[in-house]
Design a protein around this ligand. Sequence first.
Ligand SMILES: NC(=O)c1ccc[n+]([C@@H]2O[C@H](COP(=O)([O-])OP(=O)(O)OC[C@H]3O[C@@H](n4cnc5c(N)ncnc54)[C@H](O)[C@@H]3O)[C@@H](O)[C@H]2O)c1
Length: 369
Amino acid sequence: MEVQPVQIETILLTGGLGFIGSHTCVELYKYITEKNQTQNFHYKIAILDNLSNCMPSVENKIRSILKESYPEVDEKEFFSFHNIDVLDLDALNKMFQSFADKRENVNFIIHFAGKKAVGESVKNPILYFENNVCGTLNLMKMVEKFQIKNFIFSSTATVYGETDNCDEENLLNPLQSYAQTKTCCEFLMKAMCAAHPQLRMVCLRYFNPAGAHSSGLIGDSPSVYPNNLFPFLEQVVIGKREKLYIFGNDYNTYDGTGVRDFIHVVDLACAHISAIDYLFKLTDTKNFEAINIGTGSGISVLDTVTTYSKVIGRQIPYEFTKRRDGDVGQLVAKAEKAQKILNWKAVKTLEDICRDSYNFIQKNPNGIQ
Ligand SMILES: NC(=O)c1ccc[n+]([C@@H]2O[C@H](COP(=O)([O-])OP(=O)(O)OC[C@H]3O[C@@H](n4cnc5c(N)ncnc54)[C@H](O)[C@@H]3O)[C@@H](O)[C@H]2O)c1
């Protein structure tokens, strides 16, 4: 009997050296290692990043984390890295063509590459629309040209605007440029799926990712001024900032401060693996899904500071200040669809997030170097 050659396929993570992409790469390697043992397909990981919001050293940190679990594997084999900007159509074309030439076609894209600072997007909409929307449009050109079947997209809870009901079927109400760029990308994905029934796309609407890998090697280390609560908290905790400014204590929430749904970044990474698994098994004709990724329970910024203080055994100093442009009072996931469709739910607690965040900042007081 003739032995069938093993077919190689590539899973591409754009923005894969960033906060969420790096954690997803670790979980994805575990997943494909299991999958590669059981079938005629062999999956490889490729990371694309233009290093605009991450340190180049993240590449080796991911390899070190994987080496701990897979000492027998050559570090170079874990994934390939491509220093490319998604706005550079020519470079994208060359990269996808080189995979096709090697018979290692990309068949999955997880598109993390994007700018994410809400405040910056309000001040500089062109930067945000160009990077986030044109970048996604360029990838869609690659999807069409290279017949890439599966696409998972990093969307955001901010597409809902201010609402107590973050139901996936609601009409979207993006209130600032950042959320508007993500909404545009979601519409583009939907249009692509309508035009090409063979495509399968999932758009994951993340709530508030936080925490870090338990090794403390990777975490959120923005190269621009931090925009999210946890990177700020971390700087206060290690004494780089005197106190935390809490933006607004006059929201219509249980204690007046913003209420958010914090999700551990490793739980979030695992949601991507569940989404890949879902797409692998999908036989349905419905080829586009938007799914919330959160814990389903909200906690105020003030209570988050209290929990972090308890975990580290000392009070974190804070001061209330005025609301920030673009922020809404409350955003909490309706988390049932993820459980039903992806068979995924968050398992880590806010204490886990605080503990891993503290471990990360103690090991990287100046951010990832
Ligand atoms: N972190 C959050 O709070 C959050 C919440 C909701 C959605 N998201 C979305 O998830 C995605 C990942 O977020 P993250 O927190 O990991 O951000 P991040 O900034 O840590 O990672 C994004 C990565 O993309 C790269 N990148 C940016 N523009 C690029 C371009 N034009 N070409 C190639 N690479 C580019 C950056 O260098 C960075 O490494 C983003 O699209 C973000 O909008 C993040």
